[in-house]
Design a protein around this ligand. Structure first.
Ligand code: GDP
Length: 410
């Protein structure tokens, strides 16, 4: 019986995440730092010397831009983060759309000097269309001319979300050393050469400004969130816990966008970003059931391992391991050797090896369940965009939408 075996990671602790950005904003560097900090890679790759782990296709290295989406898995704070690479280059809009279909949430990365750039705008609009909950990361705060407030103003004016800035940078440009966490009024600083932040009291010189900004954040949250407003009236201040849970709700309904900042290149601001992914972005069980049709009939499939299998193939790549088909599993369970149905070509396919891809290596799995993103070896006809489903419960998946606001679970 498949369902008797416990899952290693509960569905609520899975994050299917994409990083959206204009080319050069720092998506590859952020990805690299994620993999490094989560222990997935042990060597810090640098974009300029072609050693980054996600850019493993030689053509991609040559061109220096992320052409092909790849899914990479890492672990943070008891959560499994499946990082789906989304091309930032405008020539690959189809591939961006396909990856947006399989995400549950995203980080939009902006350059602190350039602010919103044309491709960040187009990919933001696409993410709006698919209702992808987002948090924003203003990167490159170490650059000359970088300014968080200007970047946030550009996000507000060009993209029109309600930005909810949860950090105050410590130092500017070359002297950017850390951030004040406005929820907890504590400072995180990174010293050169250290991988992790030191938690210190908020510097005296920033205390008043940090309090002022926390107040602004509280007011913005109270204005957008009924529960927070109530506490705001009663207490005339919001606790870190209330703020955090209201920010999670606002992220998931798309009514607000949490903004963090840092310098991926200098490895500053990355741990709080991972914490924010876990705290604010939804799990597969928080998003609406995927919809599909078959023979004119509509169906919904919730993220439940016990329902009939359904998955969307979102990328196929030829590797030394064989033909890898990346799948987002929406419902049910598959095991090696299972037969699945591809309704597009009306053929059955046999599931070969099931792999979890960790950038430069593959972990073999016995089975994979609803909510997960895996690569399968042995599929012959499935292409990017194909649905795969249980032969006795066929359907063709439609693009998932989050048209209905998602109410967060406590
Ligand atoms: P992508 O095209 O969005 O994947 O961007 P990359 O991660 O390839 O970064 C583009 C360039 O910006 C590279 O030369 C990086 O080294 C550089 N870069 C990335 N993050 C930072 C940062 O925080 N500060 C500075 N100064 N440069 C950065």
């Amino acid at each position: 019986m498949r369902t008797e075996r416990p899952l290693t990671t509960p569905l609520s602790a899975v994050r299917n995440l994409g990083i959206l950005a204009h080319v050069d904003a720092g998506k590859t560097t952020v990805t690299e730092r994620f993999l490094y900090l989560t222990g997935t890679t042990h060597k810090r790759g640098e974009v300029h010397d072609g050693t980054t782990v996600t850019d493993f296709d030689p053509q991609e290295r040559d061109r220096g831009i992320t052409i092909f989406a790849a899914a990479v898995t890492c672990a943070w704070d008891g959560h499994r983060i499946n990082l789906i690479d989304t091309p930032g280059h405008v020539d690959f809009a189809d591939e961006v759309e396909r990856s947006l279909r399989v995400l549950d949430g995203a980080i939009a990365v902006f350059d602190a000097v350039a602010g919103v750039e044309p491709q960040s705008e187009s990919v933001w609009r696409q993410a709006d269309r698919y209702g992808v909950p987002r948090i924003a990361f203003v990167n490159k705060l170490d650059r000359a001319g970088a300014d968080l407030d200007t970047a946030v103003a550009s996000i507000r004016e060009r993209l029109h979300p309600a930005p909810l800035v949860v950090q105050l940078p410590i130092g500017t440009e070359d002297g950017f050393t850390g951030v004040v966490d406005l929820l907890r009024l504590r400072a995180l600083v990174w010293t050169d050469g250290s991988d992790t932040a030191d938690e210190v009291p908020v510097p005296e010189s920033l205390l008043e400004e940090a309090r002022r900004r926390r107040r602004l954040l509280e007011e913005a949250v109270a204005e957008l969130h009924a529960g927070a407003l109530e506490e705001f009236y009663d207490e005339s201040a919001l606790s870190a816990e209330t703020l955090s849970s209201a920010l999670r709700d606002l992220t998931r309904t798309g009514d607000g966008v949490v903004v963090l900042c840092g310098s991926a290149y200098r490895n500053r601001g990355i741990e709080p970003l991972l914490d924010a992914v876990v705290a604010y972005l939804p799990s597969p069980s928080d998003v609406p059931a995927v919809r599909g049709t078959y023979d004119g009939g509509e169906q919904e499939r919730a993220a439940d391992p016990q329902l009939p299998f359904s998955a969307l193939a979102f990328k196929v790549s030829a590797t030394a391991t064989g033909r890898l088909t990346y799948l987002r599993i929406y419902s049910g369970t598959i095991e090696k050797g299972d037969t699945v149905w591809d309704p597009g070509v009306r053929r059955t396919e046999r599931i070969g090896r099931i792999l979890r891809v960790q950038a430069d290596r593959h972990e073999r799995l016995d089975r994979a369940v609803a909510g997960d993103i895996v690569a399968v070896v042995g599929l012959k006809s499935a292409r990017a965009g194909s649905t795969l489903c249980a032969p006795d419960a066929p359907l063709v998946l439609e693009p998932p939408t989050v048209a209905d606001p998602v109410v967060s679970v406590a």
